[in-house]
Every structure is written in structure tokens, then in C-alpha cells.
Design a protein around this ligand. Structure first.
Ligand code: SAM
Length: 169
């Protein structure tokens, strides 16, 4: 089954991500850092966008950018397998890790590695469908001081949780 979601904004989202990847790589290319990209809601590699058709998703696009390490996390086993197949087809011989499971488990311990001191810098792309990201994950990433975070916050899902009196649980 093809992973389908989104609309015209999905194209815009991926275009903005790629523009940022370009800026980021250019800005750091002559520095001594090793670069890591983490896609914590990686998906299946392809997205079937309603009214547009099948397009490459974030994880498949980023492989074309020169990072030293790529970590893709996906909870759904079938999606993760499909993503692995797509990345293998690219045969890029890059340092890619695909982890299956809840990204919070990994992100909440991301500060246990001395990324900053070991000259790692990177980008963490967070693109959940809903409120799947724990606050503790964001706190731990911030403590690494090594990663730029792109978090596509699902505001509509949050609004659904707000009570009529404006309070949120
Ligand atoms: C909006 S899609 C991501 C699309 C992807 N960025 C792309 O461009 O192809 C969200 C993905 O996150 C996965 N997911 C949901 N909760 C998760 C979690 N806690 N940890 C890891 N992956 C999760 C879903 O299975 C889904 O594939």
C-alpha cells in the first residue's frame, strides 16, 4: 500500500527542506565538522499526494546531499522496509542507519552522545502526522547544542485537544 497524505503544502514543505539543506551544506562545507541528518518520522520514501501523484519524500531527497551520517527512524515496519529498498536502489554507499520504532526512544537519549564536543553538527527533521513527539525529545536534542531542528508542528491536532474554555490537557 502506498503511503498517501498531504496536499500542495507537502510539495512546498519538501521544497523548503531542500533549500535549507543547500544553505546548510554550503555554510558548513569548509568547516571541520562532520554532518549528520536525522529524519525522525522518515516515512516510506515515496508519498502519494492527492491530486498530484507520487513524489519522493524527505528521506529519499536528503540522500543526495553530502552528510557524513544519515539516521532514519520510522515506526511502521512496512514503511521502513520500503524506505530501505529505495535507499539501497540509490546505491550511494553512504553511512545510513534505518531504525524501526518510536523515535522518542532514540531522541530522548540523543544528549547522551557528545555530538558537539566531537565536532558533529546536523539537522533533525521532525514531520509527524499528529502529536507524536514528546517534549522530552525536544529538550534532549536542544541539550546536544549540535542540531538544527525543523519541527512541523501539527497545529490542527493541538487545537482539537483544546477545550472550549481554552485550557489544554
Ligand atoms: C507525515 S509522515 C512523514 C513523511 C516524510 N517526512 C516524507 O516526506 O515522506 C509521518 C511518518 O511518521 C511515522 N511515525 C508516526 N509516529 C512515529 C513515531 N513515534 N516514531 C517514528 N515514526 C513515527 C508514520 O508512520 C509516518 O510514516
Amino acid at each position: 500500500m502506498m503511503q498517501s497524505f498531504g496536499g500542495p503544502w507537502t510539495l512546498l514543505k519538501l521544497e523548503i527542506l531542500e533549500k535549507y539543506l543547500n544553505f546548510y551544506i554550503n555554510a558548513l562545507k569548509n568547516k571541520k565538522f562532520k554532518l549528520c541528518y536525522i529524519d525522525a518520522f522518515a516515512g516510506s520514501g515515496n508519498v502519494d499526494v492527492k491530486g498530484i501523484g507520487t513524489i519522493p519524500g524527505s528521506a529519499v531527497r536528503v540522500i543526495d546531499y553530502p552528510f557524513d551520517k544519515y539516521i532514519f527512524i520510522e515506526k511502521d515496519i512496512e514503511y521502513a522496509k520500503r524506505l530501505e529498498e529505495m535507499i539501497n536502489k540509490k546505491n550511494s554507499k553512504k553511512n545510513v542507519e534505518i531504525k524501526i520504532g518510536d523515535c522518542n526512544r532514540l531522541l530522548e537519549t540523543s544528549n547522551s552522545i557528545s555530538w558537539y564536543q566531537n565536532y558533529w553538527r546536523g539537522i533533525i527533521f521532525l514531520d509527524p502526522y499528529a502529536m507524536n513527539l514528546n517534549w522530552a525529545s525536544l529538550e534532549a536534542i536542544a541539550q546536544t547544542k549540535a542540531f538544527d531542528i525543523w519541527y512541523l508542528f501539527p497545529l490542527c491536532k493541538r487545537q482539537r485537544k483544546v477545550r472550549k474554555n481554552g485550557s489544554a490537557n
